[in-house]
Design a protein around this ligand. Structure first.
Ligand code: C5P
Length: 220
C-alpha cells in the first residue's frame, strides 16, 4: 500500500487522540499528536519564566526549545531538549496556558514546519491529529476527518479522564479553550471544506475507530 496521510481535527473531548492512535495501530501507520507539541513548547515557556501574556516575548524565543516526537502509536513519546515531558504537559498549569502560546504566529510557523517534515518522512503513512491539520498543515492529506460531539458529551469524557474532576468546571474550561482556538487569527480550529465530519456524541469509541478505518481503507 502507498503511504497514506490522514488528518484528524476537532475540538477537545471528541475522542481525537484515542481514535487516531487506534486507527494508526490497526493500519500500521505512524501517529502524531500535534497538541502534545504545542503543550511541550508551552511547558518550556512556563518552565523558563516567559511571560505568557506577552506574545512578543513568546515569539522571541519560539525557536529555542528542541521538540522531538516519537510516532509509534503503541507508545508515542515527546521530549523537550532531551527531557521526557509526557506527564508535565498534561497538568492544569500547561492546559490553561496552551491556547495563548499556540496563538502566536512564530510558534505556529515553527511547529507546523516540524509537523510537515515528520508527516512526509513516515514510511508507511501517518495519522496526524490536531486543530488545523486539514486546513493548514497538510492541505493535501489523502483523508481529512473532523470529529465533533456535544459540549455535554465532551465535558463528560474529559472529566472521566481527569478521574472525577467536576463536570461543570471541566465544561467551562474546555469551552473556553475551544473558543480561543477557534477565534485566533493564525490557523484557527476549523473544518476543512473537504473533510468528512463525524459526530461522535452517540457513538462508542469502537464505532468511531471502525468508521475511520473504513474511510482510510477506501483511500488505499
Ligand atoms: O489536543 P490537545 O488538547 O492536547 O491540544 C492542546 C492545545 O494545543 C489546543 O487547545 C490548541 O491550543 C493547541 N493546538 C493547536 N493546533 C493543533 C493542535 C493543538 O493550536 N494542531
Amino acid at each position: 500500500a502507498k503511504p497514506v496521510i490522514v488528518a484528524i481535527d476537532g475540538p477537545s473531548g471528541t475522542g481525537k487522540s484515542s481514535t487516531s492512535r487506534a486507527v494508526a495501530a490497526q493500519l500500521g501507520l505512524s501517529y502524531l499528536d500535534t497538541g502534545a507539541q504545542y503543550r511541550a513548547i508551552t511547558w518550556w515557556m512556563v518552565t523558563n519564566g516567559i511571560d505568557i501574556e506577552d506574545p512578543s516575548a513568546i515569539a522571541a524565543v519560539a525557536g529555542k526549545p528542541e521538540i522531538v516526537s516519537g510516532t509509534d502509536p503503541s507508545g508515542p513519546t515527546i521530549t523537550v531538549d532531551g527531557v521526557d515531558v509526557a506527564a508535565p504537559i498534561r497538568t492544569q498549569e500547561v492546559t490553561s496556558q496552551v491556547s495563548a502560546v499556540s496563538a502566536v504566529p512564530e510558534v505556529r510557523a515553527r511547529i507546523t514546519e516540524l509537523q510537515r517534515s515528520i508527516a512526509t518522512s513516515a514510511e508507511h503513512g501517518i495519522v496526524v491529529e490536531g486543530r488545523d491539520i486539514g486546513t493548514t498543515v497538510l492541505p493535501d492529506a489523502d483523508l481529512k476527518i473532523f470529529l465533533t460531539a456535544s459540549p455535554e458529551a465532551r465535558a463528560a469524557r474529559r472529566s472521566g479522564e481527569l478521574k472525577g474532576a467536576d463536570v461543570h468546571s471541566t465544561r467551562e474550561a474546555l469551552l473556553k479553550r475551544d473558543a480561543a482556538d477557534s477565534s485566533r487569527k493564525t490557523s484557527p480550529l476549523a473544518k476543512a471544506d473537504d473533510a468528512v465530519e463525524v459526530d461522535t456524541t452517540e457513538l462508542t469509541l469502537q464505532q468511531v475507530i471502525e468508521c475511520v478505518v473504513t474511510l482510510v481503507e477506501e483511500k488505499r
